[in-house]
Write a protein that binds this ligand. Structure first.
Ligand code: CMP
Length: 146
């Protein structure tokens, strides 16, 4: 069955980086079901990362995610959640460079905070992330029988 995940290219990307990430997503066989470029408000960034409330990096994370536009995409494919997380690589780019030098974070992340991309971690988070960013529009699209 087709699975859906939310993929985010985080703020401060160049147009060149954005295009090259999108090309890699397509080459890997994902369908990009929805895409929008938008700047999260602080409230939305707080909601998006509510599971991290209280962590030492939480305020920095909310600042980072609300300081400029992000590219928000719904990626659809069999095993989309796991496969997109494999393309991103580990949260920490230093760890990524050791174990998976071809992943996006090994190649483009500036730091563990400014790590270029986000992907939902499981089916529930994917639904929550997608609803928060795209609201009701894709609900019909995604729940449609294929
Ligand atoms: P992401 O996969 O989007 O999910 C949570 C984000 O918090 C993560 O990417 C990083 O941007 C950030 N993050 C996670 N761990 C740390 C950390 N130890 N220090 C700073 N930022 C972090």
């Amino acid at each position: 069955p087709t699975e859906h995940t939310l993929a985010v290219i985080k703020p401060d990307y160049t147009q060149e980086l954005r295009d090259s990430i999108i090309n890699r997503i397509k080459e890997a066989g994902f369908s990009i079901s929805q895409v929008t470029e938008k700047k999260l408000t602080r409230d939305m960034a707080e909601e998006f990362y509510k599971d991290h409330v209280g962590k030492y990096f939480y305020n920095h994370l909310v600042d980072y995610m609300s300081r400029g536009p992000s590219v928000m995409m719904i990626l659809s494919k069999e095993n989309a959640i796991t496969e997109w997380r494999e393309m991103m690589g580990p949260t920490d780019p230093e760890q990524a460079k050791q174990g998976s030098p071809n992943c996006l974070r090994a190649q483009f992340a500036k730091s563990i905070l400014e790590n270029v991309v986000h992907g939902s971690s499981n089916v529930q988070h994917a639904m929550d992330n997608i609803m928060l960013i795209f609201g009701d529009i894709p609900k019909q699209t995604l729940l449609k029988k294929e």
